[in-house]
Structures are given as structure tokens and as C-alpha cells.
Design a protein around this ligand. Structure first.
Ligand SMILES: [Zn+2]
Length: 111
């Protein structure tokens, strides 16, 4: 992705998926998470949530999904991945990390 070997990279590019971290802020419609929660995110941060694939929980086949990095958010900004300081993600794609599980051990998990 950094070298655009697949021809799909969008620059500036900050790679990183299968991310763990801590919620620092939530939007007004977020219901499942609060600031301070320990969370993880796979490789998708958003999708249309209305196509047949999304309804069947197969968002990775959604023609409008947004990747964790090198994707375009609904507001037109480029998504930056796990090596960035902060990121924005639809709560549907966020996992809660239990306190007993060290964050460094949880990064590659997916719902
Ligand atoms: Zn969809």
C-alpha cells in the first residue's frame, strides 16, 4: 500500500489495520461506547449498512465499504490507519476489549 503496488493507495497514507486503542470521543448517535473504553477495529471503519451484504453481516463484500486506511470517509477525508494518533470509526465496526485482555494481545481479533 505504501508503494501503491496494488494501484489503490490514496496519499497521504498512514497504514495499519487490526487496531486497538482507547475511545477519546463519541458522536451524538453512538450508543455502545463511551470515552475511555478499550476497543479494537478490524480493517473496515464504515459501510453502507443497507445493501444485501451489509444486512447479512458481510460488510467486507459491501461495494461501498471504507477501509481503515487509504479509504475515503463519507465527509471526503482520507482514512488513516492504526499508526495514526486518532481515527474515526462507525461503532458497528468497533469491538470492546475486556480489561483482562492486554491490548497488545487483542489487536488481530475480529468479531
Ligand atoms: Zn453495504
Amino acid at each position: 500500500m505504501i508503494k501503491n503496488e496494488w494501484g489503490t493507495s490514496t496519499y497521504p497514507l498512514v497504514p495499519g489495520h487490526e487496531i486497538v486503542g482507547q475511545v477519546t470521543e463519541v458522536g451524538s448517535q453512538v450508543t455502545r461506547f463511551n470515552s475511555g473504553d478499550r476497543v479494537g477495529v478490524g480493517c473496515i471503519v464504515a459501510s453502507c449498512r443497507s445493501c444485501d451484504n451489509c444486512i447479512d453481516d458481510l460488510e467486507n463484500y459491501c461495494p461501498k465499504y471504507t477501509l481503515t486506511y487509504s479509504g475515503l470517509s463519507s465527509d471526503g477525508t482520507i482514512t488513516y490507519g492504526g499508526y495514526s494518533d486518532v481515527m474515526v470509526c462507525d461503532e458497528h465496526f468497533v469491538l470492546r476489549i475486556p480489561d483482562a485482555l492486554p491490548l497488545h494481545s487483542a489487536a488481530p481479533l475480529r468479531r
